[in-house]
Design a protein around this ligand. Structure first.
Ligand code: ASP
Length: 329
């Protein structure tokens, strides 16, 4: 289990009664202290978000675009072999194959996605190329890999010794079904950016659930589920049990709730409530959302304690923040 370190702020326990305890803007520090739009901002899931944020911030602080920053940020995580939930070093499926899902969405509303992509180091860049160089939004499997190779990507063995060992141990136990959440068997990086021009973008990339059934695709490459950005309103991205996020169309829901006037924090809380209502097994899963609106205000919420996110803004220098839910606890 990775160390959830350097917490910048721990949001008070929300308590079992979600509806009664949620308040508007309860986690939006920027809303309280800075009525003027705050920018640039980058926010991303889990502690692997900190190095990703740093790469994105470098671009944003130099006046680069939200889209370039989002892609550059998550590429750091994809290339890090020590992370066993994204890109290189990701845990394989039940047959020992590392299969990657990713999507990207820019301020013009365009988006690109790849799923069940194998042996390619940077699925997020392939997703961007799908967006920019094809008439399509999503490519999967062999077709996605062939497209990536045509675009100049090289085949890479993504299975590291550590992940092979985990897979062999899992096989030896003959485990079937879903693994417990929050033990680092799957932690997507989803990252949202707001650039100096006030434009929003997002990127989301993962190796998905460890030891998943071959062919399984989670929420992360599905526009509206694992990621959604509307440049008029805001963006959202998700982590956790992808099937539950897909059932609620999670990130589209968060953005639509912000469109209705909810703060990013309240939108995340209501979306978690929706996920709970659509998934009778919710006590056994984790789902977390982060959201960023056009004013640079952010929010986050999750089902189970243990989800943190990384924030880099003019007010917070790449802090790690506990999302604070105690719904299950
Ligand atoms: N959402 C990802 C999936 O289900 C995994 C995760 O974020 O934990 O594939």
């Amino acid at each position: 289990m990775s160390t959830r370190r350097n917490f910048l702020k721990v949001v008070p326990a929300v308590g079992a009664a979600l509806t009664a305890s949620c308040t508007e803007s309860s986690n939006s520090a920027s809303a309280k202290t800075s009525p003027a739009p705050l920018r640039p901002v980058v926010i991303s899931t889990w502690n692997h978000g900190q190095p990703a944020n740093a790469a994105a911030w470098k671009i944003l602080s130099q006046g680069g675009t939200a889209l370039d920053a989002a892609e550059a940020g998550v590429r750091v995580t994809e290339a890090d072999p020590s992370g066993q939930s994204v890109g290189l070093g990701g845990r394989p499926d039940a047959e020992g194959n590392v299969t990657l899902d990713a999507c990207i969405m820019g301020p013009d509303g365009d988006c690109g996605s790849v799923a069940y992509l194998q042996e390619i180091l940077h699925p997020i860049t392939v997703a961007r190329q799908v967006m920019e160089k094809t008439p399509h939004v999503m490519l999967v499997g062999k077709g996605a890999q062939e497209f990536a190779l045509e675009q100049g990507h090289k085949k890479v063995d993504l299975l590291t010794d550590a992940s092979r060992k985990d897979w062999e141990e899992w096989k030896a136990k003959n485990t079937s079904g879903r693994l417990p959440i929050n033990i680092e068997n799957h932690d997507t990086i989803g990252l949202l950016t707001l650039d100096q021009n006030g434009d929003l973008a997002g990127a989301c990339t993962t190796s998905g659930a460890g030891f998943k059934l071959p062919g399984r695709v989670g929420d992360s490459p599905i526009i509206g589920a694992g990621l959604y950005v509307d440049n008029e309103i805001g963006g959202a991205t998700a982590t956790g049990w992808g099937e539950a996020v897909i059932r609620a169309c999670g990130c589209f829901l968060v953005v639509e709730l912000m469109r209705q006037g909810h703060s990013p924090q309240r939108a995340c809380e209501l979306a978690v409530e929706r996920v709970i209502s659509k998934n009778p097994d919710w006590k056994e899963i984790q789902v977390g959302f982060i959201a960023l609106n056009k004013n640079g205000e952010h929010g986050s919420f999750c089902i189970a304690p243990g989800f943190d996110y990384a924030l880099y803004s003019p007010e917070v220098e790449n802090g790690l923040i506990d999302s604070g839910s105690k719904i299950k606890g």
